[in-house]
Design a protein. Structure first.
Length: 354
């Protein structure tokens, strides 16, 4: 009996030693005070056929999930990123077979953004209005930039990439931060190149709703005025009508008229920065709520009707690729619809086309 007890104890001790050894061999769970994982090593990535023609900065954004644009520009500027052994600018177009050297990058360092807040992810997920194998379309809320940049940690593209980490999402075009409405992203490189070609060739119809000061001189008119970008001394970006600028063309149509303001639809034939805002200013009928190009007194008057933002909404985006046509619409944002409701008592009936 004594011998059996001793053997049992030895077996128990042996089992405990094996269990302890197994626990020691397992990786310990991460703790808040644990050291961060080792910085990733240098990568050399060969560009595949689906990425042929893609800009380097967009290629890097797809490889370095969550990396802010400022970081991507920095590692290109300092020469840490190499294409076929040579330095490369962020806007360089890649070709299939190119070898891209990507340096070790640690995300969420001090001064850089960590994961986006859950509330922002929920908000951007709720904004999705369409998705298929080629496209993901959102009704972008005002206040969210199309992409991150100076002073902006997370734009729509960064939020959607975080929410859909297995997707290869790219912006097909952009909306200003203060503009709401339809924003189209692509899920495949082939869809991106096809849509961007359609945009370049003028085969895309983009229509916006805007509230402008006063009444247009005609219910329908075309503004054909070249635009030029400039940077003021303080670093602020401005756009102005300039004969040396890029060709820019907008079609304005009156939808409703009120005392002192008009709701208009604007169709873009070109897509320049701040085009609608500057063309409206050029007409003498600036947009409501436009703090950069607008009229202070008019903006103040519109605040009395509940306007708290720029009144500009991307309502419709149409295009065709091959034999397939696409059309995406977004109703007027609720906060803008409330302003129109408040203005109904000041509506001016049309007297016919002028």
């Amino acid at each position: 009996m004594k011998t059996r007890t001793s053997a049992t104890n030895r077996d128990a001790d042996s089992s405990r030693r094996r269990a302890a050894a197994e626990r020691a061999a397992r990786p310990s769970p991460a703790t808040p005070n644990a050291a961060p994982p080792a910085t990733p090593r240098v990568q050399t990535v060969v560009v595949d056929d689906d990425r042929d023609g893609q800009r380097l900065d967009n290629f890097l954004a797809g490889r370095l999930k969550g990396a802010p644009k400022s970081l991507i520009y920095r590692i290109c500027r300092t020469g840490e990123v190499r294409v076929n052994g040579g330095r490369a600018k962020p806007d360089q177009r890649l070709a299939a077979g190119d070898q891209v050297r990507i340096p070790p990058v640690r995300l969420a360092e001090k001064g850089e953004a960590g994961p986006p807040p859950g509330g922002q992810l929920n908000r951007i997920e709720a904004a999705i209005v369409h998705e298929d194998r080629d496209f993901l379309v959102i009704d972008k809320p005002a206040g969210i930039a199309s992409h991150g940049g100076s002073g902006v940690s997370f734009g729509a593209i960064e939020l959607l990439r975080a929410a859909r980490p297995r997707d290869t999402l790219e912006l097909a075009h952009r909306l200003d931060r203060d503009t709401s409405g339809i924003l189209v992203l692509t899920r495949k490189r082939s869809a991106l190149t096809a849509l961007q070609a359609a945009i370049r060739e003028g085969r895309v119809e983009k229509r916006y709703l805007a509230l402008v000061e006063g009444a247009l001189p005609k219910t329908r008119l075309v503004v054909d005025a070249p635009l030029r970008k400039s940077v003021l001394q303080g670093g602020e970006r401005m756009v102005r009508v300039d004969g040396e600028g890029k060709p820019s063309r907008s079609r304005f149509s009156e939808v409703e008229r009120y005392a002192g303001a008009s709701l208009v639809e604007v169709a873009l034939e070109t897509g320049r920065t701040h085009q609608i805002r500057v063309h409206a200013q050029h007409l003498g009928h600036p947009l409501a709520g436009d703090e950069k190009y607008g009229d202070r007194a008019f903006n103040k008057a519109m605040r009395e009707f509940g306007l708290k933002r720029l009144f500009l909404h991307a309502a419709r985006f149409e295009f065709a690729i091959g034999e397939r046509s696409y059309g995406f619409s977004a109703p007027l944002a609720p906060e803008l619809a409330a302003v129109i409701d408040a203005l109904q008592g000041r509506r001016v009936p049309r007297s016919g086309a002028r």
